[in-house]
Design a protein around this ligand. Structure first.
Ligand code: PLP
Length: 267
């Protein structure tokens, strides 16, 4: 301890998210991603899930005050360069996290996740409005998939690329600086993500992989984008680099052979 701490050699990124006991998604995916992308990862845990590659068995949500205390403990000690939010569980936590982040003015990536791929609700439905009004306007970037985009907009799920583009532009109206709407769940040979900001719109394309070892893909993408923002990249470049990171971790995933269900990415 010292009164004037030295600057860390690595930028610090903070993940505010849920714990996944199987370490494929959530806080654990974020820490692996931060380490691989060259940033130091700190965490504020919002909920503990008992889950594996086959599904979520149980969830206990932390008190919002404890989430706030974790955020304060980190930012009062470390020069956090960027923040991401993942599972926020309920309205009270969304509100409390937004209050904490409002005072910090740091680049923020919001992964507006609502339901796990196995079908477990990770954000109470009455928290979506608060996420829209209090948290998303603070964000440098939001990273919804097409189901989350539909839920945020109160519209049907996009069926094709023109509809994804339309929804990405509509999401920009919620007040984040940029939107990365991931189209990987659409049918087709390619996974096409739509990036938009005040500077315009870009399509980020990658070949679609056909295996099912995709547990934690959304968490990993938003964590990588957060890491690259912490390293000083502008949002579009951070998204391109994050997509490339996810692509290689997905490509390597079948080699892991961990668990009997939808396995994790290989970082
Ligand atoms: N559990 C936690 C704690 C998460 O943060 C996430 C992230 O999206 C998931 C589960 C869901 O992961 P997936 O939908 O990739 O299985």
């Amino acid at each position: 301890p010292s009164d004037s701490p030295a600057s860390p050699l690595l930028p610090v990124a903070l993940s505010i998210a849920g714990s996944d006991s199987s370490a494929g998604a959530g806080i654990q995916a974020d820490l692996k991603t931060f380490a691989a992308c060259g940033v130091y990862g700190a965490t504020a845990i919002t909920a503990i899930t008992a889950q594996n590659t086959q599904g979520v068995a149980d969830v206990e949500v932390m008190q919002a005050a404890l989430v706030a205390a974790q955020i304060q403990a980190v930012v009062n000690d470390m020069p956090v360069a960027a923040v991401k939010t993942g599972m926020l569980a309920n309205r009270e936590t969304v509100m409390r996290v937004a209050q904490e982040l409002e005072t910090l003015d740091l680049p923020l990536v919001v992964d507006p996740l609502m339901v796990s791929s196995s079908g477990r609700v990770l954000l109470a439905s009455d928290a979506v409005a608060t996420m829209k009004s209090a948290l998303i306007p603070l964000a440098a970037l939001i990273t919804p998939n097409i189901d989350e985009a539909a839920a945020l907009l109160g519209q049907p799920r996009a069926q094709d690329l023109p509809e994804v583009i339309e929804q990405a532009l509509a999401l920009l109206g919620l007040g984040s600086d940029a939107v990365l709407l991931t189209g990987g769940h659409l049918p087709g040979e390619e996974s096409v993500d739509v990036f938009c900001s005040a500077d315009g719109l870009q399509l980020l394309r990658s070949p679609k992989l056909t295996h099912s070892h995709t547990h934690g893909t959304g968490c990993t993408l938003s964590a990588a984008a957060c890491a690259y923002l912490a390293l000083g990249k502008p949002a579009l470049e951070a998204c391109r680099a994050a997509k490339a990171y996810v692509q290689q971790a997905l490509q390597a995933a079948p080699k892991l052979q961990v668990g009997r269900g939808r396995g994790p990415l290989n970082h």
